[in-house]
Every structure is written in structure tokens, then in C-alpha cells.
Design a protein around this ligand. Structure first.
Ligand code: GRF
Length: 202
């Protein structure tokens, strides 16, 4: 029987712990996405060697020296060659252009370590501690041209403790990230493509 699951790519820049949680979830046949490709903008990203170690095709993008358009052209081509339907950003530290996001409209998801719309951008956990909030968390959202501002698919909340360091809070949030991201990817893939398929059939 042919595999009707959608084909996913994961984009990383670093250790890739969210990537690992997605790869693990996708080992179950009931998960609606297979991850066929991991791309990094950093050849030394530890997540890249983990992915190739478990038999996933990997690609390290060349440096951005030739300009952003060429860099994004390479990324687009690699994703196209692998026949990718869905892109999951997982600790991918580059901002994608509006053009790129348009070409992959509604097909890029991201996880961010704050309760968006609070604390977008870098160092979200430190921003939360500086603001003195009593709750923090993470958000999975659809990527749009405006950074960390696309439609929210789901959030998980954790308490902030008075004694928290950035590392302690980040670790507490990360545990939730590993649970939330695969769940939201599954839910999104099921509803998104069911709607598309119904529209195409109608
Ligand atoms: C996570 O906290 C994620 O929310 C943020 O970057 C971090 C990546 O961690 N976007 P990892 O590489 O998945 O371990």
C-alpha cells in the first residue's frame, strides 16, 4: 500500500532536540507526516549529524555570501527536489524572506519558546524573566512574513519560579516543546490537507 503521509523537512541551526522529537513521533505510522530531509544553515550543527546518523537525508546550506536570494534559491531547490509538503522550523536561526514564505504559504511551521504574542524574537526566556511574568511557555505557529506573528496553532504553559535562571526556565519550557510540536504538526497536517483535498475534490 502506498504511503499517503505528507513529506516533511526540518530546518535547524543547532542541537536539534525538537527535531529529534519530531523524528521520533514520525516513526509511528499513524503520524501524518514523514520527515525525509533535515536542512541546516550551519554545517557544524549537532542536529545534522544526529539526523544523518539515523538515516535521514541531510543538507547543509552554503554560506549566505552570494546573497540572500541565492541562498533561499538553494533552499527552495533542495526542498523541491525532495518533494516536500511541509517545513518545520526547529531552532532555525534565520529569518526567511517574505518571498520565500509566500512560495511556501501555509506550509511552514515554527516553535517559539514564549507565549506569543509576548516575547517574540531572540532570548524569549530571558525576556520573560526580565518582565517578571509568573507563567511562560511555548507556541507553535504558522510562519508568515512577520517574525513570530503567524496564526497560533497551540501553546503550552509552564510556571516561572522565583529562583529561575534562564537555563532552568528554558529546560522547563523545552520539555513542553517536545510534546507540543509533534502534536501540533499532526493536527495541522490532518486538518490542512483534509481541507485542501476537499476543496480540490469539490
Ligand atoms: C527551542 O527553544 C525553540 O523553541 C527555539 O530554539 C530552540 C531550539 O532548540 N526556536 P533545539 O535545537 O530544538 O534543541
Amino acid at each position: 500500500m502506498s504511503d499517503t503521509r505528507k513529506r516533511g523537512a526540518i530546518l535547524i541551526s543547532g542541537r536539534g532536540s525538537n527535531m529529534v522529537s519530531l523524528l521520533q513521533a514520525a516513526q509511528h505510522e499513524s503520524f501524518p507526516v514523514t520527515f525525509d530531509l533535515v536542512v541546516s544553515d550551519k554545517i557544524e550543527a549537532p542536529g545534522l549529524s544526529h539526523a544523518s546518523g539515523v538515516g535521514i537525508r541531510t543538507h547543509a546550506l552554503r554560506s549566505c555570501r552570494d546573497g540572500r536570494a541565492a541562498w533561499e534559491g538553494e533552499l527552495h531547490a533542495v526542498l523541491g527536489e525532495a518533494d516536500i509538503d511541509l517545513i518545520c522550523l526547529a531552532g532555525f536561526m534565520r529569518v526567511l524572506s517574505a518571498d520565500f514564505v509566500d512560495r511556501w504559504s501555509e506550509q511552514i511551521l515554527n516553535i517559539h519558546p514564549s507565549l506569543l504574542p509576548d516575547f517574540p524574537g531572540l532570548d524569549a526566556q530571558a525576556q520573560a524573566l526580565d518582565a517578571g511574568v509568573s507563567e511562560a511557555g511555548c507556541t507553535v505557529h504558522v510562519v508568515t512574513a512577520q517574525m513570530d506573528a503567524g496564526p497560533v496553532l497551540g501553546q503550552a504553559v509552564v510556571p516561572v519560579q522565583a529562583s529561575d535562571s534562564v537555563d532552568a526556565l528554558s529546560a522547563r519550557i523545552l520539555t513542553e516543546e517536545h510534546r507540543l510540536y509533534p502534536a501540533m504538526v499532526a493536527q495541522y497536517a490532518q486538518t490542512f490537507w483534509a481541507t485542501k483535498d476537499a476543496a480540490n475534490a469539490g
